[in-house]
Design a protein around this ligand. Structure first.
Ligand code: G4P
Length: 281
């Protein structure tokens, strides 16, 4: 499958992010808990060198709870402070203030030694498109103050959202670019709906999803669609039959079935699932 990536304005976005990072103490990086590796760009490690780091496992409501725990341990082992959140419902957000204080302990102590008391931690939210940055900022700040949309080139005057006396957030999130070069990353981001649908071949994508399901969540197809076979193409045909996806002449409409299957996955109707594993399983 050949996924076309969007081009060039990312250099500008990277430059803007470098400038913003100079202003902050803490990077709050959102990743998608269903694909914690594919939804991050390791460039942030260089860009954020020397800053305190927090990783939010966002959309944890859609991810496999057992693996949420494993991914938390994985990022903690890299030196990040981790919180599992659902930015849409607000679950997990309450813990963040406390974890920010722990993550920025050194800075707070350094300030205190210099006689600077009560200077708030300044933080910035970063993540790839669609990972939930605006939703997070809106729910965390408790009002509609995050700018929506992804416009990496747009000039911005930095505004700080004062969350409380010890934390300020840059109002505009930093947009990281997905790792264009890795096709597997592209497939996973396409499956979770993070890249533009129109550039994708839906039936090939559905086959990728089926192969993943057969391998890691074999009971799901049986439970939702009553499918027993393990052969991917037959599975897609069975999905089409189970969901009455028929074209005009009465033959199976596999594109429609592909769309339904992918939508069921994206909306969590197949259950909570994680597509990546901290160590090979
Ligand atoms: P971005 O700023 O990083 O680009 O992402 P944005 O906040 O626009 O969120 C992208 C989509 O992800 C939105 O869905 C949003 O509701 C959803 N989302 C964000 N956080 C969570 C979460 O923790 N759990 C779940 N289940 N969904 C989350 P959308 O379909 O674009 O909009 P809508 O249908 O919710 O209005």
């Amino acid at each position: 499958m050949n996924i076309q990536w969007y081009p060039g304005h990312m250099t500008k976005a990277k430059r803007a992010m470098k400038e913003d990072i100079k202003l902050i103490d803490l990077i709050i990086e959102l990743v998608d808990a269903r694909v914690p590796l594919s939804s991050r760009n390791p460039d942030i490690d260089d860009l954020g060198a020397g800053k305190a780091r927090m990783v939010l496992l966002n959309k944890s409501d859609l991810a496999d709870e057992r693996l949420n725990g494993a991914w938390t341990e994985y990022f903690e082992a890299l030196g990040c402070h981790v919180v599992k959140v659902n930015s849409k419902s607000g679950s997990g957000l309450k813990q963040i203030n406390h974890v920010v204080q722990i993550a920025c302990k050194e800075k707070i102590e350094r300030d205190r030694r210099r006689g600077i008391l009560n200077r708030p931690v300044r933080a910035m939210v970063v993540g790839i498109p669609n990972v939930g940055k605006s939703t997070f900022i809106n729910s965390f700040a408790g009002k509609a103050c995050a700018k929506t949309g992804n416009k990496p080139g747009v000039t911005k005057g930095n505004q700080w959202i004062r969350l409380n006396k010890s934390l300020e957030l840059l109002d505009t999130p930093g947009i990281l670019w997905p790792r264009f070069e890795d096709q597997q990353v592209g497939i996973k981001l396409a499956l979770i709906g993070s890249i533009n649908d129109e550039i994708l071949n839906k039936d090939e994508l559905a086959m990728e999803l089926i192969r993943f399901l057969v391998k890691h969540y074999p009971n799901v197809l049986k439970e939702r669609y009553g499918i027993e076979t393990e052969e991917p193409f037959h599975i897609l045909e069975e999905v089409a039959r189970a969901r009455s996806c028929l074209a005009k002449g009465g033959e199976l409409d596999l594109i429609k079935a592909s769309n339904l299957l992918i939508d069921d996955f994206r909306n969590g109707k197949l259950g909570r699932m994680t597509m990546e594993f901290p160590s090979k399983e």
